[in-house]
Design a protein around this ligand. Structure first.
Ligand code: MN3
Length: 209
C-alpha cells in the first residue's frame, strides 16, 4: 500500500487508482467522506479510465509515466491526452500530499522548510495569505500551486482546468474545482481553503521543498 502511494510518479499504463495512506473519512471534519468518495473514488477513477482508453491503442505511449505523457501532450498539442493525464497527475499529487489532521500541534515541518518559506515569502502567514489569494483568484476550475522553478526559487502559481505547471517542480497543490468542496462548503472556496491547511502532510511538504 505504502509503495503504491509513493511510486505513482513511476507508474505507466495501465494506470490504476492508488491506495491512500488514510481512510476516506480520516480527513474529517476538514474534508468529509462524502466529498472524498465523489472525488477520489469516482471522479479520479474516471480520469484513470479515460486515460487508459486513450493509451489502449497507442503502444508508443504505454511505457511513459504521467510526467512524460504530459510532456508528450504539451509538445504534440494533444489536448485530450493532456486533460486526462493531467487529471490523473494532479489528483494523485493532491490526494497523496494530504494526511489526517494532527490538531493544534502541526507536526512535520522542518526548520529548513520554515527557513525557505520565510526567505521567499516573509513567513508562514504571508505564504498562506498569498497562496489563498492565488487560489481565490482562479476563475472557474483549476489549481493553486507552490512550485520550485529552475533557479530553485519558490513561486506561487495557478493553472486552469487540469493543466500542470510548466515552469517548475510542484511542491504543493490545491484542487479548487468546485467538486473538491461543493458538497461540504457549497460555493465557499475560502472555507475549503482554511480547512485545507489542517490536512496537509507537512513531512512530505518539507521533503519536497
Ligand atoms: Mn479534483
Amino acid at each position: 500500500m505504502e509503495n503504491a502511494t509513493q511510486n505513482w510518479e513511476q507508474m505507466t499504463y495501465p494506470f490504476y487508482n492508488i491506495n491512500l495512506s488514510y481512510n476516506l473519512h480520516a480527513l474529517e471534519p476538514y474534508i468529509d467522506a462524502k466529498t472524498m468518495r465523489a472525488h477520489y473514488d469516482r471522479l479520479l477513477a474516471n480520469y484513470i479510465k479515460n486515460l487508459n482508453q486513450i493509451l489502449e491503442n497507442r503502444l508508443e505511449l504505454q511505457g511513459l509515466t504521467l510526467s512524460e505523457l504530459l510532456n508528450y501532450a504539451e509538445t504534440n498539442h494533444d489536448l485530450e491526452l493532456r486533460r486526462q493525464a493531467g487529471g490523473v497527475y494532479n489528483h494523485f499529487f493532491f490526494f497523496t500530499e494530504l494526511r489526517p489532521a494532527t490538531g493544534q500541534i502541526v507536526i512535520g515541518i522542518t526548520p529548513q522548510a520554515t527557513q525557505k518559506i520565510t526567505a521567499a515569502f516573509g513567513g508562514w502567514k504571508t505564504f498562506k495569505e498569498q497562496f489563498a489569494s492565488a487560489a481565490l483568484s482562479i476563475f472557474g476550475s483549476g489549481y493553486a500551486w507552490l512550485i520550485k522553478n529552475a533557479k530553485g526559487e519558490l513561486k506561487i502559481t495557478t493553472t486552469a482546468n487540469q493543466n500542470v505547471p510548466q515552469d517548475g517542480t510542484p511542491i504543493l497543490c490545491l484542487d479548487v474545482w468546485e467538486h473538491a468542496y461543493y458538497l461540504q462548503h457549497l460555493n465557499e472556496r475560502q472555507a475549503y481553503l482554511d480547512a485545507f491547511w489542517n490536512v496537509v502532510d507537512w513531512v512530505k511538504f518539507s521533503e519536497r521543498i
